[in-house]
Design a protein around this ligand. Structure first.
Ligand code: GDP
Length: 434
């Protein structure tokens, strides 16, 4: 998806605008316990064009003075986005900070759409013309609170989207390493590329500046490592902030079939790890958990691995389907297992089950463990069918969806997982009344 970044001083109404554009899509369908909601990244759509939005104001960058922070936000936007929405507040007039940010944006040559916010009534319309002085072209008058002017603004935004950057012929498996700073993502990227035949290292990604790397394993399977540029080029102040790593992870998840959530064996599991993993799960892509820096644990016995596995299973309960690999980017231990595992998870993610076979499994499951009753009414399961892949999605037709207790739904999911190998991929069950 193209990326649209929202930039501007505090209180100009960035978040309101952000939420207004993202609308319903900001709420995430599945409720995963332990995952806090975050509003710095959201999916949106206008006239059938899908895009991802970043609220750079949500990326806290240290305790720098305000102006420095805003300037850094603008830099994040320039680095990350295809189009930037620069939000100013008509109530303040053109401020010094607006002018400074405008200069940075102007020099970047990125497409910028200028949104003059809080134009809630016609009297304020005439003030909008002052903003031509910023040199960013036509100022769009909007009121985020009242939803005024959104159509024209979004028309201007989607007009700037790169055309067909993605390669349709591409049949390689897209994957990415995600995780908090210093878990070893760059080291893993370099180690994997060192062990395989790199075909092209600057494949255009779906976004203007993403640089993906394509490589081939000895058995001829092609892979695309998503957004390796962003991981390898480092050194910006904001790269080590939590919000930024979250945002980067979200972007990578967007473009991947399979994501590898990297944990650091040396430091154990942190809150941010769970946050990132939660997003991967909710996005519905294939997930592999990679425990890196395994070389740092001294005096390993077989229990160390079992203990760590148990800890992961406990902390990431919603990822019970994800395989776990213990590796070291430093010693290259078990790195050669990763391509094969990614390929396997990718196949499971795209797997399609024939209805007849699926229904045999469902009927056996029901025979072995009768459906629940509620107030004297019994759940009846008529049949199921797979309606989608990536991730595999099943519709189960029943007499009354309310009667499908959560635990029974989980039982059915487990029976499906026992019958077919879906390791590494979430599966979705949708209950429908017949
Ligand atoms: P990123 O921020 O997730 O990309 O992490 P880096 O790849 O930059 O790694 C952070 C630090 O951990 C660097 O100093 C690496 O040399 C070190 N590191 C990465 N992988 C390993 C590993 O497997 N074992 C050890 N001992 N150190 C590692």
């Amino acid at each position: 998806n193209p990326i649209v970044a929202v930039v501007g001083r505090p209180n100009v109404g960035k978040s309101t605008l952000f939420n207004r554009i993202a609308g319903e899509r900001i709420s995430i369908v599945e409720d995963t316990p332990g995952v806090t909601r975050d509003r710095i990244y959201a999916h949106a759509e206008w006239l059938g064009k899908h895009f991802s939005m970043i609220d750079t104001g949500g990326i806290e960058i240290s305790d720098q003075p305000l102006l420095t922070q805003i300037r850094q936000q603008a830099e994040v936007a320039i680095d990350e986005a295809d189009v930037i929405i620069f939000v100013v507040d008509v109530e303040n007039g053109v401020t010094d900070a607006d002018e400074q940010v405008a200069r940075i944006l102007y020099r970047s040559n990125k497409p910028v759409v200028l949104a003059v916010n809080k134009v809630d009534n016609p009297e304020r319309r005439s003030d909008v013309y002052d903003y031509y002085s910023l040199g960013l072209g036509e100022p769009y008058a909007v009121s985020s609170v009242h939803g005024i002017g959104m159509g024209d603004l979004l028309d201007a935004v989607i007009k700037e989207f790169p055309e067909n950057a993605a390669n349709d012929e591409d049949d390689s498996i897209h994957f990415s390493f995600i995780g908090r700073p210093n878990v070893g993502k760059s080291s893993l990227v370099n180690a994997i590329l060192g062990e395989n035949r790199v075909i092209v290292s600057n494949v255009a990604g779906t976004t203007r500046d993403a640089i993906n790397t394509q490589f081939e394993t000895a058995d001829g399977q092609k892979f695309t490592m998503v957004d390796t540029a962003g991981i390898r080029k480092k050194g910006k102040i904001y790269e080590n902030t939590e919000r930024y790593s979250l945002m980067r992870s979200m972007r990578a998840i967007d473009d991947s079939d399979v994501v590898l959530v990297v944990l650091n064996a040396e430091e154990g599991i942190r809150e941010l790890d769970k946050h990132i993993a939660g997003y991967a799960h909710e996005a519905g892509c294939g997930v592999i958990i990679v425990v890196n820096k395994w070389d740092t644990l001294k005096e390993k016995d077989h229990r160390t691995m079992t203990d760590f596995t148990n800890l992961i299973r406990q902390e990431f309960q919603y990822l019970s389907y994800a395989p776990i690999v213990f590796v070291s980017a430093k010693t290259k231990q078990r790195l050669n297992q990763l391509p094969g595992l990614i390929e396997e998870v990718y196949q499971h993610h795209r797997q399609r089950i024939q209805s007849a076979v699926l229904n045999d499994v469902l009927m056996d499951a029901i025979a072995a463990n009768p459906t629940p009753t509620q107030n004297g009414r019994r759940l009846r399961v008529y049949y199921g069918t797979q309606v989608a892949t990536e991730p595999p999605t099943f519709v189960i037709f029943v007499n009354d969806p309310e009667l499908m207790h959560f635990s029974y739904e989980r039982y059915l999911e487990n029976q499906i997982r026992k019958a077919f190998d879906f390791s590494g991929t979430p599966i979705h069950l949708i209950k429908r009344q017949r």
